[in-house]
Design a protein around this ligand. Structure first.
Ligand SMILES: *[C@@H]1O[C@H](CO)[C@@H](O)[C@H](O)[C@H]1NC(C)=O
Ligand SMILES: *[C@@H]1O[C@H](CO)[C@@H](O)[C@H](O)[C@H]1NC(C)=O
Ligand SMILES: *[C@@H]1O[C@H](CO)[C@@H](O)[C@H](O)[C@H]1NC(C)=O
Ligand SMILES: *[C@@H]1O[C@H](CO)[C@@H](O)[C@H](O)[C@H]1NC(C)=O
Ligand SMILES: *[C@@H]1O[C@H](CO)[C@@H](O)[C@H](O)[C@H]1NC(C)=O
Ligand SMILES: *[C@@H]1O[C@H](CO)[C@@H](O)[C@H](O)[C@H]1NC(C)=O
Ligand SMILES: *[C@@H]1O[C@H](CO)[C@@H](O)[C@H](O)[C@H]1NC(C)=O
Ligand SMILES: *[C@@H]1O[C@H](CO)[C@@H](O)[C@H](O)[C@H]1NC(C)=O
Ligand SMILES: [Cu+2]
Length: 565
């Protein structure tokens, strides 16, 4: 909002104004929301079926707040499935009770029950998002979460004319999404591949029965727009572009980047990006489009393209859209991915941990387990899929780890998660697939320890780009490369000046990524692959960060309405 003041320059009014503005700037607002989970029938791709929705919307409602605000969200489960919600990109300082992953920080909210989540925003600014963190519910239970600059301050770029959330989603024409992981577990094979991707819930022009509902962004020639792009897809990283337009990336995961121009994005599940669009092309209608970046050799994936329309105001709404979608890199173009992600740099000076006291190396793989001889599975070689971090495939415990830790209930998890791969091997070489061990194991970190975590991709079954998300923190991505991480040489090439701060990082196919963070947020925090099939197979692990020495560095108490198992 713009306003002009024209007042006599008296001391009294000046003081009044000063006090008023100071009050405006420092006041953190509390926003209250109610989110109701319910089944609803939706028609897409010429077929009607029931899906889980939030407040009967797909995508769910957009939450909006200013930096530093608080949100109190009452989640009412009127569906027939267990539900939890996660506030993806919000740090939840000292408050893991509101973080959401089922059996990690809470028991699920059962049908007919409710739970109040509390989110205290701190350094988050830009687009983050929220989604279900129970079974496969997040396919349709998700929405944007936009954090504006603190009241009285502005964006680090000229204020855009308008903003649009663009939520990239995934659609299965006939399958009940909630049945997918169970069916896959029965056969041991791949979970069902989707039939479409969507932009704000709509597949778009290139799919049957979808033209009239295609999502449209209307722009005024010459104006600038802020796109809040969120990848809520379950199983694929995506390339995204707008025909004939250059995009300016300004933030990722709710943290500002140094601006850069690009003709396409590569956005992984879990990531959010703030992107400026200048409507500076000939007045016309253009396609926005997204399709897969799928680097795993031999893995099946949805090869379709979702589109939306960028409509310049005043251009007639014609139906025949005899234009081509924007040029997107080929599906397997790892080079295009690297070219894009290597441009991420923090905008503001950053305080990167330099003295490291805790070094961790986590190898991430997709694995194969034996099935019985008389009943082979439908995965490769008659085996069943599994996946792991340091050769441990995560198993959900019977009650949440947070409660077990807080109340000292034994037998729920073990503290011996390996800090290095139990067997060293040529991670990115030719490897025969091997099995893993199942377990609920954690690494316990001392409060304030300075952690370097190297995520090492492997070529065990098929190497792939894995988007790894850490709850409760953001981390600095100090280095990344192909091949095996070299403890001597690679750190010499780290960026310790302006590395990007992120919450979900794509670990390159057949490569590694090094991240650093200070373990100053006590709690129980999940680290996992945001490709849902990999997480379902076990590519998850947990950090427990101990309390600090002072009252303000200890975990909060559990809320009275915490669901029980
Ligand atoms: C998957 O199937 C196995 C049997 O092959 C069973 O032990 C396990 O509990 C199942 N997991 C889930 C999450 O249903
Ligand atoms: C968009 O770009 C294509 C390819 O460069 C070009 O042929 C076309 O004329 C452009 N469209 C408009 C409306 O400028
Ligand atoms: C991006 O492109 C615009 C228009 O060509 C230019 O004005 C701007 O300086 C570029 N920004 C960067 C960060 O390169
Ligand atoms: C990508 O796929 C094409 C077509 O299948 C293949 O020719 C090419 O070698 C692949 N490129 C990479 C980098 O894997
Ligand atoms: C898995 O099956 C293979 C081939 O049948 C067999 O050689 C191997 O011993 C089995 N491994 C385990 C752990 O049972
Ligand atoms: C992983 O664990 C399984 C099961 O214990 C074992 O057979 C396999 O050799 C291990 N692989 C590595 C690389 O540690
Ligand atoms: C954590 O470390 C920081 C930086 O070294 C220090 O300023 C702070 O006092 C420490 N906090 C506690 C509670 O020890
Ligand atoms: C829902 O959660 C409760 C509590 O953990 C559990 O006992 C029950 O099996 C879950 N139901 C389903 C369908 O997963
Ligand atoms: Cu993965």
């Amino acid at each position: 909002m713009e306003f002009k003041l024209n007042i006599p320059n008296t001391l009294a009014i000046g003081f009044f104004l000063f006090a008023f503005l100071t009050f405006q700037i420092t006041e953190a607002k509390v926003h209250r929301h109610t989110l109701k989970i319910k089944s609803k029938a939706y028609t897409r791709l010429c077929n009607t079926k029931e899906i889980l929705t939030v407040n009967r919307e797909l995508p769910g409602p957009t939450l909006r707040a200013y930096r530093g605000d608080k949100l109190i969200v009452n989640v009412i489960n009127n569906a027939n499935y267990n539900i939890t919600l996660h506030w993806h990109g919000a740090r939840q300082i000292r408050n893991p009770w509101s973080d959401g992953p089922e059996y990690v920080t809470q028991c699920p909210i059962r049908p007919g029950q409710s739970y109040v989540y509390r989110i205290d925003l701190t350094i988050e600014e830009g687009a983050i998002w929220w989604h279900a963190h129970s079974q496969w519910a997040r396919a349709t239970v998700h929405g944007a979460f936009i954090v504006y600059p603190k009241r009285g301050s502005s964006y680090p770029f000229p204020t855009p004319h308008r903003e649009f959330p663009l939520i990239l989603g995934e659609w299965w024409k006939k399958k009940n999404i909630m049945d997918i992981p169970g069916s896959a577990n029965k056969t041991g094979g791949e979970p069902a591949i989707s039939d479409a991707y969507t932009i704000n819930g709509q597949p778009g022009y290139l799919y049957p029965c979808s033209k009239p509902d295609t999502f449209t962004v209307t722009v005024v020639p010459g104006r600038r727009y802020l796109l809040r792009i969120i990848n809520a897809v379950m199983d694929e990283e995506l390339f995204f572009a707008i025909a004939n337009h250059t995009l300016t990336v300004v933030a990722k995961d709710g943290l500002y980047l140094k601006q850069f121009n690009t003709t396409y994005l590569m956005i992984t599940p879990g990531q959010s990006m703030d992107v400026l669009l200048h409507a500076n092309q000939r007045s016309d209608r253009y396609f926005l489009a997204a399709r897969a970046y799928s680097s795993a050799f031999g893995a099946g994936f949805d090869k379709t393209t979702t589109t939306a329309i960028l409509q310049y105001e005043g251009v007639p709404l014609t139906d025949e859209l005899n234009r081509n979608p924007p040029v997107l890199p080929p599906y397997n173009h790892t080079e295009a991915t690297t070219r894009f992600t290597s441009q991420f740099r923090s905008l503001r000076p950053v305080n990167i941990p330099v003295k490291i006291d805790t070094r961790l190396l986590y190898a991430i793989s997709v694995n194969l387990m034996n099935c019985s001889d008389d009943k082979p599975c439908t995965g490769p070689y008659g085996k069943r899929f599994s996946s792991s971090v340091n050769n441990i495939s995560f198993v959900n415990p019977s009650i949440d780890i947070l409660r077990a830790y807080y109340r000292r209930i034994g037998g729920i998890f073990q503290e011996d998660f390996p800090r290095n791969p139990p067997t060293e091997f040529d991670y990115t070489g030719e490897n025969l697939p091997f099995p893993t061990r199942f377990g609920t194991k954690v690494v316990v970190l001392d409060f304030n320890s300075s952690v370097e975590l190297v995520l090492q991709g492997t070529n065990v079954l098929a190497s792939d780009n894995h988007p790894i998300h850490l709850h409760g923190y953001s981390f600095f991505v100090v280095g990344s490369g192909f091949g095996n991480f070299d403890r001597q040489k690679d750190p010499l090439r780290y960026n310790l000046v302006d590395p990007p701060e992120e919450t979900t990082v794509g670990v390159p196919r057949n490569g590694w990524t090094a991240v650093r963070f200070i373990a100053n947020n006590p709690g129980v925090w999940l680290l996992h692959c945001h490709i849902e099939r990999h997480a379902t197979w076990g590519m998850n692990t947990v950090f427990i960060v101990k309390d600090g020495p002072t009252k303000s560095s200890r975990m909060l108490k559990p809320p009275p309405d915490l669901p029980s198992c």
